[in-house]
Design a protein. Structure first.
Length: 255
């Protein structure tokens, strides 16, 4: 079993290692064959036309759509868990449909809706499409957190003469925050990584995944590998910092 796990992990890490290694490649027109080691790609990451613009578009779309999906999804999750209303079961069912529907169907359907409404494709249509796609994932994630909360904690806040807003912001929201952050991170990763829905609704706007798809025909530029490597290393750093912080917090509580 350890051998199988090691081989599976190595297989999964091969593309990532390739991306990091070739971010240091002294490439000219293509980045397929190794030509030599250089740091110029890391020092001049925006020298390749379009790569930084595409990355900036992906960040803007990811942050905006994540904010919209997280706010709406949190409110929907609270309503579905805490309240009883007509068509509640149907709403729960419909929220799972975007997660079960192939992205090509969602992308084509949204593109047809924008076309019928006469809305020009661009950043706005991508943000709306990503927010709608990520909404279900946020609701499911936050719902699990809401269902685990003890209502007695909120009742205690009301018994201490706290208003509805005070109880929410001082008791409910801090307890929901881990679930909300997890949903936001999941939403951002889905938005930043999405290609199919973006391809149908982007118009002339280029995002990082669409840039990679277009550039792959001639070999992904080393500058794109630099950005991909930096994002991967940043994600690893965030996870490590979170784990170390949690471990330090547990030690303090143990004392």
């Amino acid at each position: 079993m350890p051998v199988y796990c090691t081989l599976a992990l190595a297989f999964l890490l091969v593309p990532i290692v390739y991306t990091i290694v070739f971010s240091f490649n002294d490439s000219v027109k293509t980045n397929i064959a190794w030509r030599g080691f250089t740091l110029d790609n890391w020092l001049n990451v925006c020298s390749e036309p379009g790569v930084c613009e595409a990355f900036g578009n992906s960040l803007l779309i990811g942050v905006t759509s994540t904010t919209i999906a997280t706010v709406l999804g949190t409110m929907i999750a609270l309503a579905l868990v805490r309240y009883r209303f007509r068509f509640r079961a149907a709403t729960n069912l419909l929220l799972f449909l975007p997660m079960a529907t192939p992205e090509v169907v969602i992308g084509a359907g949204l593109a047809a809706q924008f076309l019928s409404a006469g809305i020009a494709k661009g950043l706005g249509t991508i943000i709306v499409a990503h927010a709608m796609f990520c909404l279900s994932f946020v609701v499911v994630t936050v719902k699990a957190r809401v269902a685990s909360l003890d209502p007695a904690l909120e009742d205690a806040g009301r018994d201490l003469y706290g208003s509805s807003s005070q109880v929410f912001w001082r008791i409910t929201f801090p307890l929901l925050l881990p679930g909300i952050l997890a949903a936001a991170l999941l939403s951002f990763s889905l938005s930043f990584d999405d290609f199919i829905i973006t391809y149908f609704n982007s118009g002339s706007v280029n995002t990082f995944p669409t840039f990679i798809y277009t550039a792959a025909t001639r070999g992904i530029p080393a500058e794109a590998n630099v950005i991909a490597s930096a994002v991967f290393l940043l994600a690893i750093a965030i996870v490590l910092i979170g784990q170390l912080s949690a471990q330090a917090r547990r030690k303090r509580l143990a004392r």
